[in-house]
Design a protein around this ligand. Sequence first.
Ligand code: SF4
Ligand code: SF3
Length: 434
Amino acid sequence: MQEFRMFCYQCSQTAGGRGCTASGVCGKLPTVARLQDNLLFVIKGISAYLNHARELGRTDPEIGHFLADAFYSTLTNVNFDAQRFVSFSLEAGRMTLRVMRLLKDAHIAAYGEPTPVEVFTGTRKGRAVIVTGHSMKALEELLKQTEGSAINIYTHSEMLAAHGYPGLRRYSHLVGNLGGAWFDQRELFSRYPAAIVGTSNCLMPPREAYRDRMFTTGVTGLPGVTHIRDFDFGPVMERVARLPELEESSGSVRRVTGFGKSSVLALADRIGSLVQQGRIRRFFLVGGCDSPTRRNEYFRRFVQQLPDDTIVLTLGCGKYRINDLELGEIEGVPRLMDLGQCNDSIVAIEIAQALAQALGTGLEELPLSLILMWMEQKAVAIFWALLSLGFRNIRLGPILPAWVNEDILRVLSAEYGVRLISDPEKDLNEILGR
Ligand code: SF4
Ligand code: SF3
């Protein structure tokens, strides 16, 4: 099924001086190598969210200790026990929950809890900066430094969630959101004569058309692009002053974001009685990390086929597959609710836990299906967090992570009911028992 049973070239014993691909010269078996790879991916996810929490002055020694132990366990000749890595992975899920909670608390303390808001998707006449990535702190610093300067700030991709925070949208020059998920950036940034600030993933190597008006900050970097240190956005403002204005244009889509835990749980009683009356049949969490493949059209087609008595929660940049759909309401309960960035998975989890409690069921009996997109490593961290909490029967796409070999797949499907997406209609019929 796979070209390599494993791949490791981290020590001098490596096979043929090139890489162990069948089994480790040291004795490391392919499944252990793959579980180590998976653990490294999860570590990257936890580190990303910890990084953003630290930008806001938060940290957690227990997460730091976990990261050190987890990294150490992947060193040559330290741990050959697959079962230990399965435990580590589940512990990683718990740490992912912890770091997402840390970051969510930091966001709420700094900017207030998100509330639903319709976001302008056109352009206002004037000079502009487009901000992409996940760092609310970077956006806040830019908003502060550009306040009163007649520069308009637009969000892109995962920064859409910023509009939900009262402490960020109070800046009147945070005017709107442009484009969709991360992979439209080369076309989008070429089209608008704005400065661009990349604050985290997902960035793409820039086109020449905008390289000299692009900036990176935090952990990001691009060749030939000016890097902003310590959130000093002076060079961005200088560059914007030499750029033409954007023209006035109206948005072609309607996007609503900012469903925080409180705003959803304020509807909990109504949702509970609608479920009991059979007016709400099922909840779907559809979202995650999008990628530029036609196979991800599945997610839009899936949501388009949902019956009117279902509710969709979404998050991550995968939301752009569906967040322009007009799904309406069920007696005042919106049928499509955008909870925010991928790290706001903690909000989805807490809402699910609260709904289960309100309905007097466990998580497993809750009428909730998870239909998730997988693109990069952070999503693996969230995936393990969901499994560690007892979420089952997750449908994942467009492909299985390549580190999953047959042994790992057997465990994921037998113990957790994880499966690959297939056809929207077939999957939906299966979920709804039609
Ligand atoms: Fe090969 Fe083991 Fe060295 Fe990795 S650590 S390169 S599997 S011998
Ligand atoms: Fe998207 Fe990169 Fe993950 Fe944060 S922007 S969801 S892939």
